[in-house]
Design a protein around this ligand. Structure first.
Ligand code: 15L
Length: 269
């Protein structure tokens, strides 16, 4: 792959993790956000652009070797906001990649694309057994992201890897996140694997660490080359002492999307 990796949403939480970690893994970066990225590093290219501005996105994508699309609203919002920023934004990212000849796109999907999927009676949940089942408008935007990625892979031959990210935070802060945490280090390892995997075509993989309590199957992510190194269990004692042992019958623990499936939903928002 020649050319830098264009990262959208580079000033955000995951973007900030990747801006540090991807160069350490050998990648040159072109960081894009709607606000200037703070303190660009030596050698880091940086662009201010709105992801829904297609011509600016095509310009930003020229000469890039791959695109990692993180930009968007990261939780539930109004339908107009989700439709514009997340759905139109993902279309622009993929279309910019196609027009600029960028052959690989990594998409930050989410567990909330399949949030209402129940925990299996036993064993681990594979991605193929978790078809679209969004829990929010936000989840719908991630279903649409995966669908657009599939379309661009089939129609144009792009390699598109969708990461169904769990809880990408510095550390887990709830007992649900003992299952769903994706550590900063594993975030870098996962994106690095998605960038390096030889000819992945279209792929959808869970994005979680090697958590003792996870119930999402990492076989597909490992097949891409992902080797998680962290486990939320080191936080278990403190979190269980504070919040109690998780009740696995509670929807927060028995559905992929956890609290997103039980939060109030305002269809007229
Ligand atoms: C997500 O997709 C959100 O971006 C993040 O804020 C968390 O809510 C996470 O999912 C999660 O499920 O913990």
């Amino acid at each position: 792959m020649t050319g830098p990796v264009l990262v959208t949403g580079a000033a955000g939480l995951i973007g900030t993790v990747l801006r540090r970690g991807l160069p350490e893994a050998g990648w040159a970066l072109r960081s894009l956000d709607v606000v200037p990225v703070p303190e660009p590093r030596p050698g880091e290219e940086h662009v201010v652009a709105d992801i829904t501005d297609l011509s600016a996105m095509v310009e930003a994508a020229r000469g890039a070797g791959a695109l990692v699309h993180l930009a968007g609203i990261a939780s539930e919002s109004t339908w107009p906001a989700i439709a514009h920023t997340n759905i139109e934004g993902t279309y622009c990212a993929l279309e910019a990649a196609r027009r600029a000849g960028v052959g690989r796109v990594v998409l930050a999907s989410s567990n909330h694309a399949t949030g209402y999927t129940p925990r299996p009676d036993g064993g681990l949940l594979r991605e193929v057994d978790a078809p679209p089942r969004p829990d929010t408008y936000y989840g719908v935007s991630k279903v649409t992201m995966e669908a657009l990625g599939s379309l661009y892979a089939d129609r144009y031959g792009l390699d598109v890897v969708c990461l169904r990210i769990g809880s990408a935070f510095p550390e887990p802060t709830t007992t649900r996140q003992l299952s769903t945490w994706l550590s900063p280090g594993d975030t870098v390892r996962l994106v690095d694997a998605a960038l390096r995997a030889p000819s992945p075509g279209f792929a959808v993989v869970w994005g979680v660490s090697a958590n003792t309590r996870t119930w999402w199957d990492l076989t597909a992510a490992r097949a891409l080359g992902y080797r998680p190194a962290d486990d939320a269990e080191v936080y278990a004692e403190a979190l269980v002492a504070a919040h109690g042992e998780p009740d696995l019958a509670d929807p927060v623990h028995s559905r992929v999307g956890g609290e997103f499936t039980t939060a109030a939903f305002d269809s007229g928002n």
